[in-house]
Write a protein that binds this ligand. Structure first.
Ligand code: NAP
Length: 255
């Protein structure tokens, strides 16, 4: 019996097999979880459905996190199919490429709103709806990055969005704790994914990171998956409101 046998988990943010959410989904499946995947639009649906089939996931629903109606419909469908929910993996972020390459002081108002809406508000929108299905308590895990607390070159408005996301984790943990719902974030080291490819000079970042990180290597999606399972499952029962670094120790370094 796996650690997640009989547990129902919603996974947001699978774009392809390089996605952090895919590594998490594979690990959850190995541990016996029943999963729901989502896709943002028709083009992504074509990529996500075969991945769902590969893991034997039959519940695959549309969800653009900027669309309240779609969020309502998705949770309505989860309620009618599952009746309850035990966990959510929120692995979603977006910023205009232009806003990551310009000077930070030139960030546009619309770019700021878009990055904060998709990457930070979406956690609140999801948690607010998930809680009513988490009748016996539950756990929510989101993905963040060091750029929330340090000024990382080229991370720009996404850093501000991640700061809002980390703060939202604390407020949600404080709010939902009385319902035995835990909310945590993992601050992952840089990993080559679709989202990361939008960050200028990302390849150089990876090289420098592996040279300097105490463990002398880059972070793998599987590293993040293991920590996600800890925070989502029974081993993390006393942990909420935390940002856990899974970055081979990079964040502890000074110059
Ligand atoms: P990814 O594979 O590109 O995943 C990002 C996901 O966000 C995609 O599935 C994307 O869907 C989805 N998304 C974007 N806008 C959305 C919207 N409006 N509604 C619903 N979904 C939307 O990249 P990833 O690196 O695994 O990113 C997952 C999370 O990890 C993000 O929060 C990211 O910031 C965080 N993170 C990544 C790294 C890294 O170095 N890779 C490090 C630390 C933290 P589409 O494909 O349809 O756009």
């Amino acid at each position: 019996m796996g650690m997640f046998a009989g547990k129902k988990i919603l996974v947001l943010g699978i774009a392809n097999k390089k996605s952090i959410a895919w590594a998490v989904a594979e690990s959850l499946k190995r541990e016996g979880a029943e999963l729901c995947f989502t896709y943002m639009n028709d083009a992504i649906e074509k990529r996500v459905r075969p991945l769902a089939e590969e893991l034997g996931v039959s519940l695959v629903l549309p969800c653009d996190v900027q669309d309240d109606k779609q969020l309502d419909e998705m949770f309505g469908e989860i309620e009618s199919r599952w009746g309850s929910l035990d966990g959510v993996v929120h692995s979603v972020a977006f910023a205009e490429k232009d806003d990551l390459s310009k000077r930070f002081c030139e960030t546009s108002r619309t770019g700021f709103q878009l990055a904060l809406d998709v990457s930070a508000y979406s956690l609140i929108a999801v948690a607010g709806r998930a809680r009513s299905l988490m009748k016996d308590g539950g756990a929510i895990v989101t993905m963040t990055y060091l750029g929330a607390v340090r000024a990382v070159q080229n991370y720009n408005v996404m850093g501000v969005a991640k700061a809002a996301l980390e703060s939202s984790v604390r407020y949600l943990a404080s709010d939902l704790g009385k319902e035995n719902i835990r909310v945590n974030a993992i601050s992952a080291g840089p990993i080559k994914t679709l989202a990361a490819s939008g960050i200028p000079k990302f390849r150089e970042l990876l090289t420098t990171f592996a040279e300097r990180a105490p463990l002398g290597r880059n972070t793998e999606p599987e590293d993040v998956a293991k920590a996600t399972l800890f925070l989502l499952g029974p081993l993390g029962s006393g942990v909420t409101g935390e940002v856990t670094y899974v970055d081979c120790g990079f964040n502890i370094l000074g110059l």
